[in-house]
Write a protein that binds this ligand. Structure first.
Ligand SMILES: [Cu+2]
Length: 142
């Protein structure tokens, strides 16, 4: 446990350092640099359940500092899902969100939102990522 904490701290520190150094240039050109910390975070997080709003499973994902939060979402199968992606600061290439398996791809500007809609038919995972597949997240369908 202790070793694990130290490792994640080290990864977090590295991530912060490289994001900070990337801030000097244009954020959009530094795609995915310094965003390796995202992978460990996705693994450690618990899925955030979408909320039922009039029969639609909804949740807002904020894109900021080169990551999606939450990056891990859970929904139930057979019911429509509407995920809103909200543009924040320092999105990097995370501003383009792609759900490959759904053939849906949208870009969002800072302060704006885009909505992805789908109805998962089976239990499993629906992944989303930046268009280079480096900043990742997923929807766990139960
Ligand atoms: Cu990318």
């Amino acid at each position: 446990m202790k070793t694990k904490t130290l490792i994640s701290l080290a990864i977090a520190a590295l991530g912060v350092a490289s994001i900070a150094s990337a801030l000097g240039g244009a954020p959009d050109e530094s795609c995915c640099s310094g965003m390796s910390a995202q992978h460990s975070q996705t693994k450690n997080d618990k899925p955030v359940p979408a909320k039922d709003v009039k029969g639609v499973q909804t949740l807002t994902v904020t894109i900021a500092d080169g990551k999606y939060s939450p990056a891990l979402i859970s929904v139930k199968k057979g019911k429509p899902v509407a995920l809103t992606f909200k543009g924040g600061k320092n999105m990097g290439c995370g501003s383009t969100v792609e759900f490959k398996s759904l053939k849906q791809k949208q870009s969002v500007k800072e302060g704006k939102t885009v909505v992805f809609k789908f109805t998962p038919k089976e239990a499993g995972e629906v992944k989303f990522a930046c268009s280079m597949d480096m900043i990742q997240g997923k929807v766990v369908v139960k």
